[in-house]
Write a protein that binds this ligand. Structure first.
Ligand SMILES: NC(=O)c1ccc[n+]([C@@H]2O[C@H](COP(=O)([O-])OP(=O)(O)OC[C@H]3O[C@@H](n4cnc5c(N)ncnc54)[C@H](O)[C@@H]3O)[C@@H](O)[C@H]2O)c1
Length: 391
């Protein structure tokens, strides 16, 4: 081989190597930039968990479209999202049970790669009084989305399920393989039915992938206090009730039962910071869009730590230096004694872990409560000045 051809060969090899390296780099860049620009539909995206997830998605670089019928939220949440992220996501007031409107929305916003489906009614007590409303809203919404997914080439769906599917587990912490128990309410039943609907649909449609996230008890608010939980009327959940009682909106918190078989006698739950929960959705989305999901995967989204009602109450009072008037009353029908998650599977497969401390979490709740009180005051002042000026 002549020296010239030797050099040429070397150069070709070297160039090949460079080209290969460059191609790999471009591919990587291309992949990450496509991922960064992936368009995601978030149903119920102005709700409690939805809004925190939208913030995390935007911060992770996704392009977001929201549909929410505002049945349990407020258009101001959109402003909160915009203030935190500097981005105003596409939003339309659409009811997911309206197939035609959903179809139109998806046609208008073509290129959506995946859906996170939060939109549902969630009050256990109300579901007992209005079961058909719950079955219609929660089940029909999901069916519409699943039917529309292949039409609009949407590849994946993350579905909001709940630890209520486990009832009172026999073994704690509870893993995803624990047997499901008969639901205690129509709301709980909609979660079990919806999980089955997703599994059956994916089995019949291999082009659709899904992750079912079984949430434990989400609490807390965004550290900015610009978004948080907006309880409608008397709060159903413990933490908003505690915060409202500390603020004087409610007189007294009722602790239902101190005679359970737990160290301090009150019920135990796995309370997870809503920002941690939101981040689990980003991890799930990456897994779906990265082509890592074979069909349907189910994950517990919890901290792995059980805390009693009295422990939470004590943490809230100590960290925020406030008093929460409370009394112990009898057990409440339908309450499960204790449940907390084994999140090992989610930690491993989603490469996700709950990280927020209990102290920061209860601090965020109080900050959010004070923000809500300030907003109320502002509204009252505006109303008062309007009346004075006769407008
Ligand atoms: N918060 C919890 O403790 C908890 C626990 C387990 C599972 N989940 C599930 O997580 C999801 C989100 O819960 P959340 O706490 O954010 O509730 P949320 O009520 O704050 O949010 C739900 C949002 O969906 C909207 N919505 C309801 N029905 C709709 C419809 N038909 N079309 C369009 N929008 C609709 C509501 O206006 C609301 O903004 C729900 O599916 C809920 O069942 C919640």
């Amino acid at each position: 081989m002549s020296f010239f051809s030797y050099i040429c060969k070397l150069n070709v090899q070297k160039n090949d190597f460079i080209i290969m390296g460059v191609t790999k780099h471009i591919k990587k860049l291309f992949k990450s930039s496509t991922n960064a620009k992936d368009k995601i539909l978030v149903t119920g995206g102005l709700g409690y968990i939805g809004s925190h997830t939208v913030v995390e998605l935007i911060e992770a670089g996704y392009e977001i479209c929201i549909v929410d019928n505002l049945s349990n939220s407020n258009i101001d949440v959109l402003k909160g999202i915009e203030k935190i992220t500097g981005v105003k996501p596409i939003y339309e007031n659409i009811d997911c049970t309206d197939y035609v409107a959903m179809n139109k929305f998806l046609a208008k916003n073509e290129g959506i790669r995946a859906v996170i489906h939060f939109a549902a009614s969630k009050a256990v007590g109300e579901s007992v009084e209005k079961p058909l409303m719950y079955y219609r809203n929660n089940v029909v919404s999901l069916i519409n989305i699943l039917e529309l997914m292949p039409i609009h080439k949407i590849e994946g769906i993350v579905f909001s399920s709940s630890c209520t599917v486990y009832g009172q587990p026999e073994v704690l912490p509870v893993t995803e393989s624990a047997p499901l128990q008969k639901a205690l309410s129509p709301y709980g039943n909609t979660k079990q039915i919806c999980e089955d609907i997703v599994r059956d649909t994916v089995a019949a449609n291999p082009s659709v992938k899904s992750i079912l996230l079984r949430y434990f008890n989400p609490i807390g608010a965004h550290p900015s206090a610009l978004i948080g939980e907006l309880p409608n009327g008397v709060p159903n959940n413990l933490l908003p009730f505690i915060a409202q009682t500390a603020a004087g909106v409610r007189k007294k918190l009722k602790v239902f039962g101190n005679d359970y078989n737990t160290p301090d006698g009150s019920c135990i739950r796995d309370y997870i910071n809503v920002v941690d929960l939101a981040k689990a959705h980003i991890a799930a989305m990456r897994r779906i869009l990265g082509g890592e999901v074979e069909a349907v995967e189910t994950y517990n989204v919890g901290t792995g730590r059980g805390l009693s009602v009295l422990e939470i109450l004590n943490a809230f009072e100590t960290v925020n230096d406030v008093k929460v008037p409370h009394e112990i009353v009898g057990r409440r029908a339908g309450d499960i004694e204790q449940v907390w998650a084994d999140p090992t599977y989610a930690n491993k497969m989603l490469k996700w872990k709950a990280e927020e401390t209990l102290e920061d979490t209860v601090r965020s709740i109080w900050k959010w409560q004070l923000h809500l009180a300030e907003q109320e005051e502002d509204k009252e002042t505006t109303k008062g000045s309007k009346m004075l000026s006769g407008s």
